[in-house]
Design a binder for this molecule. Structure first.
Ligand SMILES: NC(=O)c1ccc[n+]([C@@H]2O[C@H](COP(=O)([O-])OP(=O)(O)OC[C@H]3O[C@@H](n4cnc5c(N)ncnc54)[C@H](OP(=O)(O)O)[C@@H]3O)[C@@H](O)[C@H]2O)c1
Length: 306
């Protein structure tokens, strides 16, 4: 792990992702101040040495300000407040937001003389804890070099893809794949079960095969034992599929599997299935296939825990 440098860090947003990311910086010994709208969610970070700010404005003079909230509207709101009393050298925005939102933010920050990196991530909170988070980053190369030691502390590293908002399109493509893959994984798991196979046996085979991935492995406990503790909500996934479809429209790229997946997800959301993990798509798939699912109660690994 790289040695922390002397930059002071501010962190906005300690939800599922932001908390786990900030925790790695705090545990790594960084000079870190955190703020979350719901303060109680940030407070446990104090035991790792982070300062928990009462006011967002307290973060405005940190060297590097990280943001991990939900949508672009939320990003705009928190950045607007944070910059009302001062300015950091660099803002690193990690939420999954649109190209257009990211470009607007860059214009706002440029006008204030603040460097900006678009730095969305791949992984969920458990992936972060396992040290396997990755970033895709775009913006000025010198700013990337400044942020890189901290990005490295939060996971297995980052991919710098160039100037401007290129990282946003890379992340949108990534999450479109996430949606399409989970839908298909649910379809084939239900197909295998309806043919007479236990889900755990089918997924064990799949995970060992050339089609298995870190993702199929870490979703296996949810699909086998129906543990739908939220890692990522259906609505956040819908937001990303919509971002992908918008980008496809703008660039005139047909995205048929994405359109279909978006509608299937929408059906599930319309039925009120919004509060659990997005892998509840398997429940919708089972219902559409005329079967009732029961947890299998089999201990299966997620490929992350040692
Ligand atoms: N979960 C995943 O697997 C995953 C993976 C990759 C990327 N992402 C992306 O990462 C971002 C965060 O996801 P998450 O799963 O961590 O979501 P989350 O648990 O719902 O956390 C959202 C965070 O944003 C804050 N927030 C939202 N709106 C706000 C506003 N208007 N003002 C101030 N704070 C606001 C929330 O504050 P409160 O605590 O007060 O509500 C919370 O800290 C999203 O853009 C998501 O698409 C998620």
């Amino acid at each position: 792990m790289p040695t922390p440098t002397k930059q002071t860090l501010g962190w906005i947003g300690t939800g599922r992702m932001g908390y786990a990311m900030a925790e790695r910086l705090a545990k790594g010994g960084c000079d870190l101040a955190v703020w979350n709208r719901t303060r109680a969610k940030a407070e446990p970070l104090a035991k790792h040495g982070a300062k928990v700010a009462n006011q967002l404005e307290e973060l405005s003079t940190k060297d590097i300000l990280f943001v991990m909230v939900s949508t672009y509207e939320d990003v705009k709101e928190v950045i607007g407040k944070a910059l009302s009393k001062g300015k950091p050298k660099l803002v690193v925005e990690c939420s999954s937001i649109s190209l257009e939102g990211s470009a607007e933010l860059r214009t706002t920050l440029d006008a204030k003389g603040i460097e900006y990196l678009a730095a969305p991530v791949s992984g969920n909170a458990k992936v972060i804890k396992a040290g396997k988070l990755t970033f895709v980053v775009s913006g000025p190369k010198a700013a990337y070099d400044m942020a890189r030691p901290y990005l490295d502390m939060m996971g297995t590293g980052s991919s710098y893809v160039g100037e401007g908002e290129l990282a946003r399109i890379a992340k949108i493509c990534h999450n479109v794949m996430l949606g399409v893959v989970i839908q298909n994984l649910c379809e084939i798991t239900i197909l295998a079960q309806k043919a007479g196979m236990p889900r755990h046996a089918f997924l064990e085979f799949l995970n060992k095969s050339v089609m298995g991935s870190m993702f199929t492995r870490y979703k296996t406990p949810a699909l086998v034992n129906l543990d739908f503790h939220v890692t990522f909500t259906p609505k956040l996934l819908r937001k990303d599929l919509d971002l992908g479809l918008d980008a496809g429209r703008n660039l005139e790229v047909p995205m048929p599997t994405t359109s279909l997946t978006r509608d299937l997800l929408q059906q599930m959301i319309g039925q009120g299935m919004t509060e659990q993990d997005f892998s509840t798509l398997i429940l919708a798939q089972a219902k559409a296939s005329g079967i009732e699912l029961e947890p299998e109660g089999v201990a299966v690994g997620d490929g992350l825990s040692s």
